[in-house]
Design a protein around this ligand. Structure first.
Ligand SMILES: [Zn+2]
Length: 431
């Protein structure tokens, strides 16, 4: 079983883990070169063959696969020999056009096993009583082994509670608190922003009536202020996970809470910085770069050096205090698309607003920054108890520091709705 294998490999030395990655990478590259028209062409254009990729470093000889390439050349990226893509999906349409992609059965088993291990670090085990506070009404499926599927499924259905977090009125939030008190789940699995909202509601109304419940956050970035709210509402066991629909779980936080461990046995992650001369290089520790992923076990429709549009901070190279050598991402910064353009053409990361509002949590419970096509900015805030002329002035001053001379309009609003997928977008750049 892959899960048992992963339970063992997580304790291997870095050299052994890199050897495992290298083996899987060479197999993937051999297959892609021989049987995937898009990659055969790519190799030829780069004037290399499969034999030139012997190690993860050698991958840099290939250009990155952009989202646009992946979308436009979808049929060429399918394998023409076994294994074929058997699972087909597309990315959600919150930004831009959806991307169609596929993967084979073996890749699906790896994805499930990686998820089980990552969730296990937060103390979640299949069969545990879990509350899913999730964006879609369909459960984020675990793979049930075929023979015992029915039995397991029944047990799961009794033990797992799903609450869609897409619509959240005060009555809905109270309902979730009642469920938490009645069922006391062993773990809460949630969309980050929706759970942070729930935590703020619990803290504001002093509704916490339970000990520590581990919280597994996914689908969105976890900001320090939100983590603090979650820790107040559920205890210190808050775990961030990072993934994307195309490859599922990429990295997850361990019990040491010092960054996110990359699922090295299934995914090869590069964090890439482009220097002013246009040359690419790996990010140094603590440096922000673009996330580039290679999905090691998807031969059916390979993703090799795929730039998924996220930014992340490279983690420390040394061993984590938990004892694992699996490499680490220090922080996930979110989508590269969430960059505002300043008046002088410079870019302002949406993350800067989170830093600004962390210090003003009393004044603004939530915020959303919208940059319009003429580059002017509307800042929406949900006022908190502490919103007064002084704090409003601080917000105004902070914004003008970030955005230089761009015109900013501040609006207050009773709530900022989530997207239909249940996500909160704090930065919207209108195209
Ligand atoms: Zn660790």
């Amino acid at each position: 079983m892959r899960h048992e294998y992963l339970e063992r490999t997580q304790w291997r030395s870095l050299d052994e883990l890199v050897a495992i990655q290298t083996g899987a990478l060479r197999r993937l590259v051999r297959h892609a070169y021989a049987h995937v028209p898009f990659y055969r062409q790519r190799f030829r254009q780069a004037d290399i063959t499969e034999a030139d990729i012997k190690s993860p470093e050698d991958l840099r000889k290939l250009p990155v696969l952009t989202r646009e390439d992946a979308r436009e050349r979808a049929s060429d990226r399918e394998s023409v020999a076994y294994p074929f893509p058997t699972v087909r999906k597309n990315t959600g349409g919150t930004t831009g056009q959806p991307l169609l992609f596929g993967y084979d059965n073996d890749s699906e088993y790896w994805r499930q096993a990686i998820k089980l291990r990552g969730y296990g670090w937060a103390g979640y085990h299949p069969g545990d009583r879990a509350l899913y506070f999730w964006g879609s009404p369909t459960p984020p499926g675990f793979d049930f082994s075929k023979a015992r599927a029915k039995v397991l499924l029944d047990r799961f259905m009794r033990r797992e509670t799903y609450v869609p977090c897409t619509v959240m009125t005060e009555a809905d939030l109270r309902h979730v608190v009642r469920l938490l008190k009645r069922n006391t789940p062993k773990v809460v699995v949630c969309y980050t922003q929706a759970a942070a909202e729930l935590a703020r509601f619990i803290n504001r109304n002093q509704l916490r009536g339970w000990g520590t419940i581990p919280v597994l956050c996914g689908a969105e970035r976890l900001f320090p202020a939100d983590r603090a709210e979650l820790e107040r509402a559920f205890g210190p066991a808050v775990f961030e996970t990072y993934g994307c629909r195309e490859v599922m779980l990429i990295a997850s936080e361990c019990e040491a809470h010092e960054g996110l461990h990359v699922s090295m046995e299934n995914i090869l992650v590069e964090i890439v910085v482009t220097d002013p001369d246009g040359r690419e290089r790996p990010a140094r520790e603590g440096e922000t770069g673009e996330v580039v992923i290679t999905d090691l076990h998807n031969l059916g429709m390979p993703f090799i050096r795929y730039k998924n549009g996220d930014l992340a901070v490279a983690g420390p190279a040394d061993r984590c205090p938990c004892g694992r050598h699996l490499s680490r991402i220090a922080k996930v910064e979110g989508r590269a698309a969430d960059l505002l353009k300043g008046a002088d053409g410079s870019f302002v990361s949406g993350v800067a607003f989170h830093v600004l509002f962390t210090g003003l949590a009393n004044a603004a419970r939530q915020f959303q920054v919208v940059q319009h096509r003429d580059r002017s900015v509307t800042l929406r805030i949900v006022p908190g108890d502490g919103l007064d002329d002084t704090s409003l002035e601080s917000i105004r001053r902070g914004c003008s520091q970030l955005l230089k001379e761009l015109p900013v309009r501040i609006e207050t609003t009773p709530e900022i709705p989530l997207t239909k997928e249940g996500k909160r977008r704090t930065v919207i750049v209108e195209a």
